[in-house]
Design a protein around this ligand. Structure first.
Ligand SMILES: Cc1ncc(COP(=O)(O)O)c(C=O)c1O
Length: 403
């Protein structure tokens, strides 16, 4: 599609600046609320439908409100990386539309997806259950033990894709991207990663050799909880073309209005992430020393098993943490019922602090034993730490933890 390319600037400048995408000199790219576009002349239309030109014809095929933003997200993905990577972006109607199209683009009947043990519940449901109808199989791995990983691959040559979520929802478990990408290349396996928790401001997976990055842009990138959207960024033109074909024909396109909201949110992403990180660190430290807290999962605490790995492959932490109270489920529920200032809701990445119970929401579809084996106990509470004044969040936690 038509891409108005921004010149390579610093990350936060790319977030803020918009290219001129129309002739009336609007400062902010307008919402192109149109299903179709008229043709210069019939020859132009024929040339487009013969695949010989690249004009806007129909909004499922492309729309200026989404095209420039997809390119902006791709530029952010490689901003500051010395290796020249021609990253390309596509916008989707949701994170799940992005994830499903990215996966389908790499798979055929008989193939297997080796997915990280614990990932977002709907993504594991799609891979383990929905794909069965297409004779696509799934297996899980923690991607920590490389010897075991090698044995798994040698035993099962149908594994064609590694699907990772690092840091993972909600334990923040991380995968060593350098090691896994080297390994995958050796065996001709494609690596797809969900980078929703980190965003490209904190982690740039293409730098490590990842092939395809997927996002629920509904979360930190939109940042205000105002819409549902997703994105895919590819390293190769070939993968971009395959995924664009699915975007067009499965039809999960991002609406111009959602794109407008996403672009508005994206402008302040670095500012917001820095405040999310700062607040999350203080809240994690508070919880870690609280007598009622059994365990805190936060990458900024040296007690997290992936603290070191995260400090090597990420540029800071995220606003996400999870914790378990000593009284398990019962105490976790009591705590949530007492919360007044923070919001109890299932999503994440908004400006305000959100609290959720993974076992009954984001991971409700996951088998209980598998959940518990991977640290998502019945009592685990997840917190997406917002950008409010941290004292108000701490005060709310303090009163909710006091019996
Ligand atoms: C890590 C992660 N990936 C993907 C998704 C799916 O995104 P969406 O709801 O935009 O389809 C979610 C939703 O919560 C998520 O947490």
């Amino acid at each position: 599609m038509l891409h108005s390319k921004l010149h390579s600037h610093h990350y936060q400048s790319i977030c803020v600046k918009d290219p001129a995408i129309e002739s009336n000199h609007a400062h902010i790219p307008p919402i192109y609320a149109t299903s179709t576009f008229t043709y210069e002349d019939l020859e132009a239309a024929f040339a487009f439908f013969r695949g010989e030109s690249d004009i806007y014809t129909y909004s499922r095929f492309g729309n200026p409100s989404t095209a420039f933003l997809a390119q902006k997200i791709a530029e952010l993905e490689v901003c500051g990386i010395s290796e020249p990577i021609e990253a390309r972006g596509l916008l989707f109607s949701s994170g799940m539309a992005a994830i499903s199209s990215a996966l389908i683009s790499q798979l055929k009947a008989g193939d297997t997806v080796l997915r990280q043990s614990i990932i977002y519940g709907a993504a594991s449901d799609l891979i383990d259950n929905d794909f069965k109808a297409f004779d696509i199989h799934s297996a899980t791995h923690n991607f920590k033990d490389l010897d075991h990983l090698e044995k798994t691959i040698k035993k099962n040559p149908t594994i064609k894709v590694f699907y990772l979520e690092t840091p993972a929802n909600p334990t923040l478990a991380c995968v060593d991207l350098n090691a896994i990408c080297d390994f995958a290349q050796q065996y001709g396996i494609k690596v797809i990663i969900d980078n929703t928790f980190a965003t490209s401001y904190v982690q740039q997976p293409l730098k490590f050799g990842v092939d395809i990055v997927v996002y629920s842009t509904t979360k930190f990138m939109n940042g205000h909880g105002t819409g549902i959207s997703g994105a895919v960024v590819t390293r190769s033109l070939d993968d971009h073309k395959k995924i664009y074909q699915l975007l067009k024909n499965l039809g999960g396109v991002c609406s111009p209005f959602e794109a407008y909201l996403l672009n508005n949110g994206l402008k302040t992403l670095p500012l917001r992430i820095r405040q999310h990180q700062y607040n999350a660190q203080l809240l994690a430290e508070y919880l870690a020393t609280h007598e009622k807290v059994k365990k805190v999962n936060f990458l900024g605490l040296p007690t997290h098993p992936d603290h070191l790995l995260a400090s090597e492959q990420m540029m800071g932490t995220t606003g996400m943490l999870s914790f378990e109270l000593k009284g398990g489920l019962e105490e976790g529920m009591k705590f949530q019922k007492k919360i007044k200032f923070c919001t109890l809701t299932a999503s994440l990445g908004t400006a305000d602090t959100l609290i959720t119970h993974p076992a009954s929401t984001s991971h409700a579809v996951v088998d209980r034993n598998e959940r518990i084996e991977n640290g998502i106990t019945d009592g685990l509470v997840r917190c997406s730490v917002g950008i409010e004044h941290i004292d108000d969040v701490l005060e709310d936690f303090e009163q909710a933890l006091t019996t």
